[in-house]
Design a protein around this ligand. Structure first.
Ligand SMILES: Cc1cc2nc3c(=O)[nH]c(=O)nc-3n(C[C@H](O)[C@H](O)[C@H](O)COP(=O)(O)OP(=O)(O)OC[C@H]3O[C@@H](n4cnc5c(N)ncnc54)[C@H](O)[C@@H]3O)c2cc1C
Length: 350
């Protein structure tokens, strides 16, 4: 019987397997129904990273992940593509601004002092490409930025294999039915209740130099419209469960025309649009820890699963090997919190 079986070889499963092996577990297997690592939601992520969150646990997860990303290449031999080009949140309403202020207080109380509140004029200095007379202010953190989801996955996949972890692809399985010392459910959007798959879409423009490659992620909090540059294209996003249908592209085009003048003559590349699934939990926070019998779960990050995978993999290994996580108190993320009616309060901002 193996010491551990991890179901799912996305960025989460690869991180969990690597950290379990690092903590001395032997005979670890990772099973995935896909053909290669990262073929689920991970390859569809745009690759944002931020510590600007509105809950203590998400801020702490980001700070631990950031620390790990900064030494990722030394640890795994793979460049995670971590580029700290910043995250710019914009508010058009007083209520959105208050939410950003409240989030920033939580960030400071949890050791993150990198973000600051800005007024509308500063927002335009930080990102001169934006035009919006309705802005009332925003928040900016220069230490936030971008990463490469598939490179992080590959880094953990290769480092885990060097530590003896075995990966098997094309295997569709149910975690409850597996015989191992420990089974970890890392199936992401396919974990089942209480995790819900929620569709999110990305509309890339055609290749363009209209915006600088190092532009910060720029997010309008009130409606969630956001954009970033990646590989010479602007990636445009607008949260909507019906995306790519019912006029979603037209709305994205209209918001882009209104708010980002340099992109007015840069069309969306309709053939390059893609969609993927968020692994949404009821309170939009990860679910981490013991589920039942020998089964543990690491999922439910609700759209932040790549940026938090380095931290969550390490923390789950601590829970499994030591009995609880010591680097960060993960009690808030326990799977039983929903049945106990203690969901995590505090917004994810997006
Ligand atoms: C459009 C979009 C943009 C995003 N942008 C960001 C971002 O900027 N930053 C960020 O941090 N996150 C982002 N995300 C979220 C991110 O993609 C996920 O949180 C993350 O990839 C989750 O990783 P995972 O390994 O848990 O899941 P996945 O990558 O989905 O891996 C789960 C794996 O489980 C396997 N599996 C499922 N069921 C079974 C089964 N029965 N048997 C065997 N194997 C199974 C699948 O094949 C899959 O490989 C984005 C997501 C989308 C859709």
């Amino acid at each position: 019987m193996p010491d551990a079986i991890v179901v799912g070889a996305g960025v989460t499963g690869c991180s969990v397997a690597y950290h379990l092996a690092l903590r001395g577990l032997r005979d670890i297997r990772v099973l995935d129904r896909g053909a290669e690592p990262g073929n689920g939601s991970t390859r569809r992520a745009t690759g944002g990273f931020r510590a600007q969150f509105g809950s203590a646990i998400n801020v702490r997860l980001s700070l631990l992940s950031r620390e790990k990303l900064l030494r990722f290449e030394d640890e795994t031999g793979v460049d995670p593509g971590f580029a700290q080009h910043g995250y710019l949140f914009l508010a058009r309403s007083r209520s959105a601004l208050r939410e950003l202020e409240a989030a920033q207080q939580i960030q400071r109380a949890n050791g993150c002092h990198d973000g600051r509140m800005i007024d509308a004029a500063e927002a335009r200095e930080i990102n001169p490409a934006i035009e919006d007379d309705a802005l009332v202010g925003g928040a900016y953190c220069a230490a936030d930025g971008f990463l490469r989801p598939l490179q992080i996955t590959r880094g953990y996949y290769e480092a885990a294999q060097r530590l003896g972890v075995r990966f098997e692809f094309g295997v569709d399985c149910e975690p409850n039915a597996l015989d191992a010392g420990v089974v970890v459910d890392a199936r992401g959007a396919w974990c089942g209740a209480p995790i819900e798959p929620v569709r999110r879409c990305v509309a890339p423009t055609v290749p363009t130099t209209a915006l600088p490659a190092d532009m910060p992620m720029t997010i309008w909090c009130d409606d969630g419209y956001h954009l970033r540059m990646r590989d010479g294209r602007a990636l445009l996003l607008l949260p909507d469960d019906d995306c790519l249908e019912n006029g979603w592209l037209a709305r994205v085009e209209q918001l882009t025309r209104e708010r980002v003048p340099p992109l007015r003559d840069v069309p969306i590349d309709r053939n390059a649009c893609w969609s993927g699934l968020y692994e949404m939990s009821p309170d939009k926070h990860a679910i981490l820890g013991h589920l039942r019998d020998n089964v543990y779960i690491c999922s439910g990050s609700s759209g932040h699963g790549v940026m938090h995978a380095p931290a969550l993999g390490q923390l789950l290994a601590e829970i499994i090997v030591d009995g609880n996580a010591t680097t960060i108190d993960t009690h808030a993320l326990r799977p039983s919190r929903f049945a106990e009616n203690e969901p995590i309060a505090g917004s994810a901002l997006l």
